[in-house]
Design a protein around this ligand. Structure first.
Ligand SMILES: Cc1cc2nc3c(=O)[nH]c(=O)nc-3n(C[C@H](O)[C@H](O)[C@H](O)COP(=O)(O)OP(=O)(O)OC[C@H]3O[C@@H](n4cnc5c(N)ncnc54)[C@H](O)[C@@H]3O)c2cc1C
Length: 479
């Protein structure tokens, strides 16, 4: 059998003798996939169809022991590695070209302790796995807004979802993690153990080890919630978005809204003459009792005459799946984001102008109205630095044909560049494009928390084995 050609961490291609791979196999319960294996091509694909990388080896783990074996193997042979959980990061960070992929996508177990309102969630779980188990007890963990996406990556960079104003970021509800460190040890991090690591994990990304399970604090929620979705013509952007901004400044924490600059959906509820036209949809969710929810969303639905109103009461699982169909696996995606410091009429008009220029009608610009519980946690208590942000703008280029790629990426970059004048340059690290401006992003997103994070990185991963965004020259932090 030929030796496996694989990249080492210093960037050289090395030959791993078959006996080394065989040794790993002997200590591994899951699958070790190599090019040519029947499942290899499926296993190297991620959600974003733009990413077409050829790893040398995929270690598909079934449990923590497999993760330990894979980490030891990577360390002993000094291999370039990547970590895959949901495989949803738009940058494709989950797959290293010519490297070893440590794949947790088969580790999706969720256990709920309803008495203590805690869920233990394996590292490869998707949001829907957690919602499905927790809703059996009318409980929920504060996660994101698309049920098919990965829990791990979302949590490690913060976690924004419908409960962010009521219960904070996902990390604000993270009680503990189990993590496999660079030396192969299984550590727990919580307020009781490895406190520095626990601090770093809450927003510091996949830099410190591989998280094999998360424990989340749960909250009463559902089964029914109200979702708002009035559809307004883009021509009414100023009226609609200034109202929404002012309303959200006073709104109860249970209400979270994303103002979506998008395209009128081709559905029966929307009059046909609007199909394909640019619109603003005030997509919101009230996570408190439904009878209060209707009252809370009503003002958003009557700012002016909507084209249609898709608002509805639904159960929490449906609310979490409301957007799933808009993000199919294998579509082409490029997403960037910026927190903005002034959400004024200039910005509202700027977003409308860029919306009209989209090369793909599936692309959107999403205005996340934040604040509430997220902003009440002190800045230094987690690495996540932008807690005082009240608005985040996510620029989502979504398209299908490879020949349209350049135009769509150029559009998103153009919007991103133009929005810099409304922002201090910080964006949400879970919508990082291709991480082109990594060092600026790190500085802007972690601010004064960056030096502390780098120290913890050096302590737990002295050889820069784990490929998170902090994986930069250790003597040059933030440069
Ligand atoms: C359709 C869609 C909707 C989204 N909606 C939201 C949203 O509502 N709110 C929000 O906050 N974000 C949202 N996101 C962004 C999402 O949180 C990120 O893409 C996130 O990285 C996905 O996590 P993942 O586990 O799939 O990451 P992967 O792509 O599997 O991994 C990305 C990186 O995370 C790190 N990592 C992953 N797993 C582990 C682990 N177990 N241990 C250590 N490091 C690990 C590694 O560095 C890895 O390279 C959305 C993304 C998509 C595609």
């Amino acid at each position: 059998m030929p030796a496996t050609k694989i990249l080492s961490r210093d960037g050289t291609l090395i030959s791993l003798p078959d006996s080394a791979v065989q040794n790993l196999k002997n200590n591994f319960q899951g699958q070790l996939l190599q090019p040519g294996d029947s499942e290899f091509d499926t296993a190297r694909k991620v959600w974003n169809g733009l990413i077409d990388r050829q790893p040398a080896l995929i270690a598909r783990c079934t449990g923590t022991a497999d993760v330990v074996a894979a980490v030891n193997f990577a360390r002993d042979h000094k291999l370039l590695l990547s970590v895959r959980s949901g495989g949803h990061n738009v940058s494709g960070a989950a797959i290293a070209d010519n490297g070893l992929v440590i794949d947790l996508s088969r580790m999706r177990g969720v256990e709920v302790d309803d008495r203590h309102k805690i869920a233990k969630v394996e590292g490869g779980a998707l949001l829907g796995d957690v919602d499905g188990e927790t809703q059996k007890f009318n409980l929920a963990a504060p996660l994101g807004v698309v049920s098919q996406t990965g829990v791990a990556g979302l949590t490690l960079h913060g976690g924004l979802g419908w409960q962010v104003r009521k219960h904070g970021l996902t990390i604000d509800n993270l009680a503990s993690v189990e993590i496999v460190a660079a030396n192969g040890q299984i550590l727990r991090a919580s307020t009781q153990e490895n406190e520095d690591l626990y601090w770093a994990i809450k927003g510091g990304g996949g830099n410190f080890g591989i998280v094999t399970s998360f424990e989340f604090n749960l909250h009463k929620l559902g089964p029914e919630v109200w979702m708002s979705a009035p559809v307004y013509p883009l021509g009414k952007a100023r009226e609609v978005m200034t109202f929404c901004r002012d309303y959200m400044a006073e709104a109860p924490d249970e209400l979270m809204v994303i103002g979506v600059y998008w395209t009128a959906p081709t559905i029966q509820a929307v009059p046909a003459q609007h199909y394909g036209q640019p619109v603003i949809i005030l997509l919101g969710c009230y996570t408190g009792p439904p009878e209060q929810g209707l009252e809370a969303i009503q003002p958003l639905c009557s700012i002016t005459e909507p084209i249609a109103d898709l608002s509805a009461q639904m159960n929490w699982l449906e609310a979490q799946q409301f957007l799933d169909k808009d993000y199919p696996d294998g579509g082409l995606y490029y997403w960037k984001s910026l927190y903005v410091e002034r959400f004024d009429e200039d910005l509202i008009a700027t977003l409308a102008t860029h919306t009209k220029k989209r090369p793909s009608l599936e692309s959107s610009i999403d205005v996340w109205f934040l604040g509430g519980a997220m902003s009440r946690v002190p800045d230094f208590s987690t690495p996540f630095h932008k807690r005082d942000a009240t608005v985040m703008v996510a620029i989502e280029a979504n398209w299908h044909k490879h020949e349209d790629t350049d135009a769509n990426i150029a559009w998103a970059r153009d919007v991103y560049d133009d929005l810099q004048r409304f922002s201090d340059g910080a964006g949400y690290l879970n919508f990082p494009g291709f991480v082109e401006d990594k060092n600026n992003m790190l500085r802007a997103c972690y601010g004064s928390n960056l030096p502390r994070l780098m120290k913890i990185k050096a302590k737990y991963d002295p050889d820069n084995m784990f490929p998170g965004l902090l994986n930069i020259a250790p003597d040059n932090p933030g440069e």
